[in-house]
Design a protein around this ligand. Structure first.
Ligand SMILES: [Zn+2]
Length: 49
């Protein structure tokens, strides 16, 4: 009996801005290796000094 894939099986990363863990999302499937921030908001916040 094959195990069903659970949501918890999705890869996770830690946001480089706010430090919170975030989970793989469909919109990141092609750029997951490059994703460093949990949201556009964090990405923009980090871009500013
Ligand atoms: Zn963040």
């Amino acid at each position: 009996m094959p195990k069903q894939r659970k949501k918890s099986d999705l890869p996770t990363k830690t946001c480089a801005c706010c430090g919170l863990p975030f989970t793989w999302r469909k919109k990141w499937e092609k750029v997951w290796d490059e994703v460093k921030y949990c949201s556009d908001r964090c990405r923009r916040a980090k871009a500013k000094p």
